[in-house]
Design a protein around this ligand. Structure first.
Ligand code: ASP
Ligand code: MG
Length: 436
């Protein structure tokens, strides 16, 4: 069994859906996980926001526009009238469901049900299209097996048992189509795995079905050794370890949702990143093995805020760092990078929702400085064997770049450097030219 996940752009139009169908019809024993068509989840978020703000006219217009777009997709996707009609009826039932919220009150729980429509629509249309072209497949309703617990973590035991039941219910089928992103919470209500969560769905299913491989299909032929949107002539990385991939996914390489590595790593299931635009390209394979030494890739994450706390009291004191961390913890704000000196500590965060309150509390422990518009440049590879010169190479490359923080030695796979965001492009290019 293999799990194949296709993202929003891969199913973003009738034409692209047909391409995905071409790719999967030759494969046996697969579970296909689909995102919503690109743009749909954003539109549904906007729709929900309008409803919260009681702008039901705007919401209605939005819905009409989206419905039109889907009608157009149906028109282009299907060639037989009977299938067009079935698809149109299906659209009507989803859009009528959404429409009722423009007339009625709207709660947070209902918002989740609204957001779920994107994946429900894409999978229903796609599966119907497979029927039209005569390929046997079946829908696998994610809401019947995908579940998160009280901590909003996947309930792996529940998922495994219920997925098995759903699969057994349809014997003889070797191509299942299911929704990414959506799930139920511990109360059985419709919920989701957060934005971009379809990758996470794929790896959770991969673990539950004990798949041989999880494939994440996007528009790019794997993780690249640098950010292809910023730097010219980057190339795909053939192989990464789970740890290397996790660092890269977190620090910028937008191609894979960072949470999706953990389940795959724990169950030791290979993850392969493939491109729907170049299906013959190898892409990137992510496994437990380490391969190749030294630097493999560079990535950058922007929108970072640095917070420095300087305190005379830190000198020779214990418990200071704990107090600082507790303040961030009490506001559920994750810290990415940390550097310390004897009298100060600097940390970085990317969620600034509670920054003001955090700073107010930190002020009790020392002098606080905040720098916005920072970027973390992250150099990833295997630095396990005591090799010399890795840090040296990085700094050689960055002689022109003012550096705010450096973090090295936290893991064997990462050197992180904090710089001003305006220097990101030149820093990435300089590292690229020097290291590769
Ligand atoms: N459709 C969801 C989103 O746009 C999930 C996903 O695409 O992975 O966030
Ligand atoms: Mg995605």
């Amino acid at each position: 069994m293999k799990v194949l996940k296709f993202g929003g752009t891969s199913v973003g139009s009738a034409e692209r859906m047909k391409k995905v169908a071409e790719l999967i019809v030759a494969k046996k024993n697969i579970i296909v996980v689909l995102s919503a068509m690109s743009g749909t989840t954003n539109s549904l978020v906007e729709f929900a926001n309008c409803l919260h703000q009681k702008k039901s006219d705007v919401a209605t217009d939005l819905l009409l526009g989206l419905h039109e777009k889907y009608k157009q997709t149906v028109e282009e996707l299907f060639s037989k009238d009977a299938f067009k009609q079935t698809a149109d009826e299906m659209l009507s039932s989803h859009f009528n469901y959404l429409k009722q919220y423009t007339l009625d009150s709207f709660t947070l729980f209902e918002e989740k049900a609204v957001l779920a429509q994107g994946e429900l629509l894409s999978t229903a249309l796609f599966q119907l299209y497979l029927e039209e072209i005569g390929h046997t497949s079946a829908l696998l309703p994610a809401l019947n097996f995908m579940r998160i617990d009280k901590e909003e973590e996947p309930d792996h035991f529940y998922i495994k048992e219920n997925l098995k039941r759903e699969l057994d219910r349809q014997p003889g089928i070797n191509c299942f189509i299911t929704q990414g992103f959506i799930c139920r919470n511990v109360y059985g209500e419709i919920d989701n795995l957060k934005r971009g969560g379809s990758d996470y769905t794929a790896s959770i299913i991969g673990v539950a079905a004990q798949a041989d491989e999880v494939q994440i299909w996007t528009d790019i032929d794997g993780m690249h050794n640098n950010d292809p949107r910023i730097v010219d002539k980057t190339s795909p990385i053939e192989h990464l370890s789970f740890d290397e991939a996790a660092e890269l996914a977190y620090f910028g390489a937008k191609i894979l949702h960072p949470s999706s590595i953990r389940p795959a790593k724990e169950a030791n299931i290979p993850v392969r990143l493939k491109s729907t635009l170049q299906p013959e390209a190898e892409g990137t394979l992510i496994t437990a093995d380490l391969s190749g030494e030294g630097i493999k890739a560079i990535a950058a994450k922007s929108g970072i805020t640095a917070v420095k706390i300087k305190s005379g009291r830190m000198l020779l004191a214990y418990g200071f760092l704990r107090k600082v961390f507790e303040i961030f913890e009490s506001y559920k704000t994750p810290i990415d990078m940390i550097t310390t000196s004897e009298v100060a500590v600097s940390v970085t965060i990317d969620d600034t929702t509670h920054l003001e309150k955090i700073v107010a509390e930190l002020n009790e422990y020392g002098n606080v400085e905040v720098d916005h518009d920072q970027s973390i440049v992250c150099i990833v590879g295997d630095f396990t064997s005591p090799k010399t010169g890795i840090a040296n190479q990085v700094f050689e490359a960055l002689t022109e770049t003012p550096i705010r923080m450096i973090s090295y030695g936290g893991s064997n796979h990462n050197i992180s450097i904090l710089i001003n965001s305006k220097d990101t492009k030149s820093a990435l290019q300089a590292l690229h030219n020097y290291l590769f």
